[in-house]
Design a protein around this ligand. Structure first.
Ligand SMILES: N[C@@H](CCC(=O)N[C@@H](CS)C(=O)NCC(=O)O)C(=O)O
Length: 210
């Protein structure tokens, strides 16, 4: 059984899909970016009533289907060689990947959820709290790890899911431009290097909104 193509069902925005779409581009396999048009009717047919959902089509006519954006990214990373060569490498790549997800999830909670619940001044205060207690300290640890590895990548000497997550998330999460070449040279260099080439470059301006 061989994989013939993928279908990636999500909304017409970046949201939780940035890393997944990059992974699909990197797979080299034909894939379709499908936007949910009748979500109310489609919801029930998804595993957890949420998007994204990945469908994988095979040459024997069978289909494999899964949900959960991070599980999808990990699955594709493993399938196409972006999850390391040894269980320890895979675990570390996954650790940095999840660390990015943590920083991103907390930011998006403040940006999209809290702002509906509390006045703007409190949202701004919470963004500052997030900047000082998550973004800066956690990414400083990432910077140390990149400096220590010394290859320009988080783990080993080639691009993995951890590096892909960094390139995708850093430009979005760099609140008030606090992460700079001076404060986090290895992290910024990694992000700039990956974002200056496809598929990162061509994916960047896909949608106007997040
Ligand atoms: N943990 C899930 C969260 C999925 C999720 O919250 N998806 C949102 C879009 S970002 C959704 O499907 N919203 C539509 C709805 O809740 O009806 C994942 O990472 O895939």
């Amino acid at each position: 059984m061989a994989i013939t193509s993928y279908d990636f069902l999500y909304f017409e925005l970046h949201g939780l899909s940035r890393v997944c779409r990059i992974m699909l581009d990197l797979s080299g396999v034909e894939w379709t970016d499908t936007y949910a048009k009748n979500w109310d009717e489609q919801r029930d047919s998804t595993p957890f009533l949420r998007l994204p959902v990945l469908k994988e089509f095979h040459d024997d006519g069978t289909t494999f289907s899964m949900a959960e954006s991070h599980a999808i990214c990990r699955y594709l990373a493993k399938q196409y060689g972006y999850l390391g060569n040894h269980p320890h490498e895979s675990a570390l790549i996954d650790m940095y990947y999840e660390s990015w997800n943590e920083v991103s999830l907390k930011y998006h909670y403040v940006k999209y959820r809290l702002m509906k619940l509390v006045p703007t001044e409190l949202v701004d205060k919470d963004k500052e709290y997030w900047r000082d207690n998550f973004l800066l300290p956690i990414l400083s640890k990432h910077e140390e790890a990149l400096a220590k590895n010394g290859t320009g990548f988080y783990v080993g000497d080639k691009m993995t899911l951890a590096d892909i997550a960094a390139a995708v998330h850093l430009p979005v999460l760099n609140y008030q431009g606090v992460i700079t070449k001076e404060t986090h040279p290895n992290l910024v260099a990694l992000s700039e290097k990956l974002n200056s080439a496809d598929p990162f470059l061509s994916r960047k301006n896909n949608f106007m909104k997040n």
